[in-house]
Design a protein around this ligand. Structure first.
Ligand code: IPM
Ligand code: MG
Length: 360
C-alpha cells in the first residue's frame, strides 16, 4: 500500500524550499518506483490567514492519517502582533504535541565540501558528525502553570514552568542511547543539575537508564559548558541528549558549526515511528519570495523521512548521495557560497539534486 505524506509548506521561505523537496519526491516516485501519495495542507500563518487558526482541524486530521509530515517553516513579522495562542509557532507546537512527537533528532554533519563555509577553523569542524536528541513535547515549552498574570499591586508577572516526569526522561534517553549504539556509542546528557531540581532528576534517570547499556559511554555536562564546548571542540561529541529548551538553543549553535543552518534537517518521531520532518532553520522572512533560500535542509529532511518513517533507506541514500554530488559540482546557494563556487537559486539547486539522483 502507498505511504501517505502530508506536505505543509507553511510561511516565509517554506513554500519555496518545500517545492524543491516535492520535486525530489516526485522523481523518486516516477523514476525509481517509490510508492507514495502526497496531500497538502495549511499550517502556521498561512493557516491563520485562511482559517483563523495556525493548526486547523482539517490539517491535524490529515497529519494523523499520514505516515509522515513534511513541514517547511512557520512564522513571520506579519503575525507577530497576534495573541500567542494563535501565532504561527502554535501550529508547529500543536502538531508536535498532538502527534506525540517527543523525540527530535537534529544531526549536525559537516560536508567536507563546506569546510570553508563554517565560521570556525576547518580543523575544529572537519569531520564533524553530531546528533542532538532533543526532548520535544515536554519541559518548559509545555509546562503549567504558564502565562502572564496581574498581581494585586498592578504589576504583571510572567510564568513558565520546567517540568519533566521520570517516564518522559526515560523514553527520550532510550531513543538517544539506541541511536548512539548504532554510531559512536557515546552520549553526553546535557542538564543544569547544579541549579534546577528538574534536571537533577533528569541526570539521575539518564544515569539509571544508561546502566542498561554496558557498551555505552555516558557523560553529563551542564548546559552552559556544553554551549562553550560545542564551539571550542565540537568533535568531542557523538550524541547529545537534552531537554526541549536546551536542545532548541544547542541545535542552533551546532548548526552553525556546519557552515549554514540552511543545511540541517530534522526528524520528530512519536512512539509509533510516525514522524514530522523539517529543516531546522526558520521561515527567513527577510529572503522569502526571492528564490535564493537553500532547499538542501528540506531535501535532506526527506531523506530522514525515508529512513525513519517510510523504511526506504535506499531512497534516503540516493538523496544524500545526490546532495554530496551537487556540492562536489561546486553549486552553492548564497548562504554557503565561498570563493570559486557557483551561486545558484533555490529552484536551480533543487533541479540539480533531481538531476544527480537521475544520473547516479
Ligand atoms: C525550532 C524552532 C521552534 C522551537 C519555534 C519555531 C517554535 O525554533 O524548531 O527549533 O522553538 O522549537
Ligand atoms: Mg529553534
Amino acid at each position: 500500500m502507498s505511504k501517505t505524506i502530508l506536505i505543509l509548506p507553511g510561511d516565509g521561505i517554506g513554500p519555496e524550499i518545500v517545492a524543491e523537496a516535492v520535486k525530489v519526491l516526485a522523481c523518486l516516485k516516477q523514476d525509481f518506483g517509490l510508492d507514495i501519495e502526497l496531500t497538502d495542507g495549511l499550517v502556521g500563518g498561512a493557516a491563520y490567514d485562511a482559517h483563523g487558526h495556525p493548526l486547523p482541524e482539517q490539517t491535524l486530521a490529515l497529519a494523523r492519517a499520514s505516515d509522515a509530515v513534511l513541514l517547511g517553516a512557520v512564522g513571520g513579522p506579519k503575525w507577530e502582533p497576534l495573541d500567542i495562542a494563535v501565532r504561527p509557532e502554535k501550529g508547529l507546537l500543536g502538531l508536535r504535541a498532538e502527534l506525540g512527537l517527543f523525540a527530535n533528532l537534529r544531526p549536525a554533519i559537516l560536508y567536507p565540501q563546506l569546510a570553508d563555509a563554517s565560521t570556525l577553523k576547518p580543523d575544529v569542524v572537519s569531520g564533524l558528525d553530531i546528533l542532538i536528541v532533543r526532548e520535544l513535547t515536554g519541559g518548559i515549552y509545555f509546562g503549567r502553570p504558564r502565562g502572564v498574570e496581574t498581581l494585586a499591586s498592578g504589576e504583571r508577572r510572567g510564568i513558565n514552568t520546567l517540568v519533566y516526569t521520570e517516564s518522559e526522561i526515560e523514553r527520550i534517553c532510550r531513543v538517544a542511547f539506541d541511536m548512539a549504539m548504532k554510531r559512536g556509542k557515546r552520549v553526553c546528557s546535557v542538564d543544569k543539575a547544579n541549579v534546577l531540581e528538574c534536571t537533577e532528576l533528569w541526570r539521575e534517570v539518564a544515569t539509571r537508564i544508561g546502566a542498561e547499556y554496558p557498551e555505552l559511554t555516558l557523560s553529563h555536562m551542564y548546559v552552559d559548558n556544553a554551549a562553550m564546548q560545542l564551539v571550542r571542540a565540537p568533535k568531542q561529541f557523538d550524541v547529545m541528549v537534552t531537554t526541549n529548551m536546551f536542545g532548541d538553543i544547542l541545535s542552533d549553535c551546532a548548526a552553525m558549526l556546519t557552515g549554514s543552518i540552511g543545511m540541517l534537517p530534522s526528524a520528530s518521531l512519536n512512539a509509533d515511528g510516525q514522524g514530522m520532518y523539517e529543516p531546522i532553520h526558520g521561515s527567513a522572512p527577510d529572503i522569502a519570495g526571492q528564490g535564493v533560500a537553500n532547499p538542501l535542509a528540506t531535501i535532506l529532511s526527506v531523506a530522514m523521512m525515508l529512513r525513519y518513517s517510510l523504511d526506504e533507506p535506499t531512497h534516503a541514500e540516493r538523496i544524500e548521495q545526490a546532495v554530496s554530488t551537487v556540492l562536489d559540482q561546486g553549486l552553492r546557494t548564497a548562504d554557503i557560497a565561498s570563493e570559486g563556487t557557483t551561486t545558484v537559486g533555490t529552484a536551480a539547486m533543487g533541479d540539480a539534486v533531481v538531476e544527480a539522483i537521475r544520473r547516479a
